[in-house]
Write a protein of this length. Structure first.
Length: 363
């Protein structure tokens, strides 16, 4: 079977969950089957592609370089991909207004979340994600959803036939184990927050929960990994909550550092209002870090009974959940054990095998 992954996400994303998903799919499909994967992205900015030696050139440039590369790759696809008759599956790697699928191939698209439809006010009026998603879904033979909740939202919000969809869960790439003396400058004990902090990621309610809890404020740091340095607005908000800036730390780094933070954290908190899947709780569980998280969207689907769930709109519930874990050794140990077991139910190998089964239905 000849499978081609389109250029769409590799043209615009240097790092990130979506490009990592396709990188892991490509790697695992090639390692576990005799099917041939081709990633067609003559120009790209993505770092993961360097690990799998694509037929293309990595490009650096200004912030808008992705838009330029997208146009050039789309033109190249029309000339070099669209006319081909040896391709069985064409998997669009992100929603596009352009149809680059060869006539001989089945067109597959993955829907990662419905956050633009759920929280339209958090995005620019010029954002075309919703319309591009609709176009991609209309021309696709099949739609893969990364969680049952995403599938449910897709069907309800865009009136998609359930028979045109399947659910394939994601895996965990963060399988490194890092020794405790690797990063001596990180203060302990700490509560860990990972990823972007604005909008529906709900970081503000974690800060409110922390500020209103004497146990947390007097005994723990908060460490944020990724998502960019604190903005002036964030720093002013932290100060307004009577929290000293030295207790809220920001770090950025590679997978090795993130693995260490998960393993060293007293607890991982995931207060997001909405997720299409939610990989950070899965990463935390794998590293033996207890998880407390929102009981919204797909997050309970990933965590199962291996975490303590809270209403993310209520800061008091967030602080109560954290206190419940950090104040009880038995609760802590129970969550660590159940989290390790739960994390083994998800893997990129399983994701690749289930995706291949979908592809085979269209051969």
């Amino acid at each position: 079977m000849k499978i081609v992954f389109g250029h769409q996400i590799f043209s615009v994303q240097k790092y990130g969950g979506i490009s990592r998903y396709f990188y892991e799919l490509a790697r695992n499909i090639e390692n576990t089957s005799d099917n041939n994967i081709e990633i067609f992205s003559p120009l790209y900015i993505n770092e993961y592609l360097l690990k799998i030696k694509p037929n293309g050139f990595k490009v650096a440039g200004p912030n808008n370089i992705g838009q330029i590369i997208t146009r050039l790759n789309s033109l190249a696809s029309k000339l070099l991909i669209y006319p081909r008759d040896d391709i069985n599956i064409y998997h669009e790697t992100y929603y596009s207004s352009k149809n680059n699928c060869p006539k001989s191939a089945a067109n597959i698209v993955t829907v990662f979340d419905m956050v633009h439809e759920k929280f339209p006010s958090m995005f620019s009026k010029n954002d075309k994600t919703i319309q591009n998603k609709i176009n991609a879904i209309k021309r696709a033979e099949h739609v893969i959803c990364i969680s049952k909740n995403t599938q449910k939202d897709l069907i309800e919000l865009l009136d998609i036939d359930e028979g045109k969809t399947s659910v394939v869960h994601l895996g965990n790439s963060l399988t490194l184990k890092v020794s405790s003396d690797t990063y001596p400058d990180i203060p302990e004990p700490f509560i860990l927050f990972v990823g972007k902090r604005d909008g529906y990621k709900n970081f503000k309610n974690l800060i409110i929960a922390y500020a209103n809890s004497k146990i947390l404020r007097n005994n723990f740091f908060i460490i944020c990994f990724g998502g960019g340095k604190f903005s002036k607005e964030e720093l002013n908000f932290i100060i307004s909550m009577k929290i000293k800036i030295k207790f809220i730390k920001y770090f950025e780094g590679d997978d090795k550092m993130l693995s260490y933070l998960y393993s060293a954290a007293a607890i991982f908190v995931y207060p997001s209002l909405y997720e299409g899947f939610g990989i950070p709780p899965l990463e935390a569980m794998f590293q033996g870090c207890p998880v407390v998280c929102s009981k919204t969207s797909s997050i309970p689907e990933v965590v199962g009974d291996a975490g303590i769930l809270f209403n993310p709109y209520e800061p008091s519930e967030i602080s109560d959940a954290i206190e419940q874990v950090v104040s009880s050794a038995s609760t802590y140990n129970q969550l660590v054990d159940s989290g390790l077991k739960r994390s083994k139910e998800f893997s990129w190998k399983k994701c690749a095998e289930e995706t291949l089964c979908i592809y085979e239905n269209f051969i």
